[in-house]
Design a protein around this ligand. Structure first.
Ligand code: ATP
Ligand code: MG
Ligand code: FE
Length: 333
């Protein structure tokens, strides 16, 4: 079984080839046009996907040594994501499947983030809980099988990646600010400043409050000292990061208890955060959890995870028709 997979949901254009469940490569073109705008501009993302997609697919095929006539299927991200960006990948995949007369496989991007855990060893065993933390989502997912997943908690407003990026912006850091906050936080005091923890019922999250809290905090401090940010950048970053991680972990612990699960995974771009990784490793010791963190390359958007999901769908003969359309909002199964 050889499958070509395409990812184009946001600002990464990516293609990968998988053969019998083994990832052969993962070609990613990251769009730089958005940097000067401090966030992803949807229309520019679509145009950049149009420019990058064919070269990226070409490289994925040639570097894997698989020619298109050998492909058993072509897979693509159907959603969730930016409509115009998804449209580019969907249209390409449809034409490709039609021209080669091979099956077409639609993949849910959030399910794929979780299935990135099945690319390399060690693989989590079922059932496990995955905390998916990215630029657009924050979800606690009970994973019962490769394709049987249930969202047991999620954010009711901003995603945690968004909270990292928006607070970083208030500090004058360039987009995306998450990795910068992480970098400065390493040398700061996490208890230097206190920001409120949101209290949500059940297993849901809310991250919009911290943005406002940081905004007012900085406004007040800057009134006293206009160099406040420069002087305290490391401590502010460490304190914000500490608050966000505390919120993430509180619900994760609650979910693990409630569902009696000890296999815990994290997925999505924010799982690159070193503070979150360290906290999870400490918790693993304390609570006897087995934790799973994918390789960095498979944490952020990539087509390898789409290919992995497509492999399992191929085994189930779960194909879609040429009339399929992208979905900006899409639920996990
Ligand atoms: P989604 O998957 O929900 O559609 P997305 O694909 O844009 O959203 P990802 O690419 O998975 O999201 O992740 C990007 C996010 O991860 C950004 O918000 C970025 O700031 C954040 N991020 C990346 N590295 C780190 C880090 N080391 N610390 C904190 N946040 C980080
Ligand atoms: Mg991205
Ligand atoms: Fe993503």
């Amino acid at each position: 079984i050889k499958i070509l997979a395409i990812e184009s949901s946001c600002d990464e254009t990516s293609a990968a080839v998988i053969a019998n469940g083994k990832i052969l490569n993962n070609i990613v073109a990251t769009q730089s046009v958005h940097e000067k705008y401090g966030g992803v501009v949807p229309e520019l993302a679509s145009r950049a996907h149009q420019q990058h997609l064919i070269p990226v697919v070409h490289e994925a095929l040639s570097s894997s040594g698989v020619c298109k006539e050998e492909l058993s299927a072509v897979a693509f991200t159907r959603g969730p994501g930016l409509m115009g960006a998804l449209m580019v990948g969907v249209s390409f995949a449809k034409s490709f499947a039609y021209a080669l007369d091979i099956p077409l496989i639609e993949v849910n991007h959030m399910q794929a983030h979780i299935l990135a855990h099945f690319i390399d060893e060690p693989k989590p065993s079922f059932p496990f809980i995955c905390l998916t933390v990215s630029g657009g989502h924050t979800q606690l997912v009970l994973v019962k099988d490769h394709l049987a997943m249930e969202v047991i908690g999620e954010t009711l407003d901003d995603a945690v990646g968004e909270a990292f990026d928006k607070t970083a912006k208030l500090l004058g850091l360039p987009y995306p600010g998450g990795p910068m906050v992480d970098k400065y936080a390493k040398e700061g005091d996490p208890n230097a400043f206190r920001f409120p923890l949101s209290e949500m019922p059940s297993l849901n999250y809310s991250f919009s409050g911290i943005k406002t809290a940081v905004l007012y905090f900085l406004r007040d401090q800057l009134k006293e000292d206009d160099k406040f940010i420069e002087k305290n950048l490391k401590d502010i970053c460490a304190s914000i990061q500490h608050t966000l991680i505390k919120m993430l972990v509180q619900k994760l612990k609650k979910a693990a208890r409630q569902y009696k699960v000890r296999d815990i995974a994290i997925a999505g771009g924010v799982s690159a955060n070193s503070g979150l990784r360290n906290t999870l490793e400490e918790l693993a010791k304390e609570l006897k959890w087995n934790i799973y963190i994918p390789k960095f390359e498979y944490c952020t958007d990539n087509a390898a995870m789409i290919a992995m999901a497509a492999h399992y769908k191929f085994l189930n003969k779960d194909f879609c028709g040429l009339d399929v359309s992208p979905m900006a909002k899409m639920k996990i199964s």
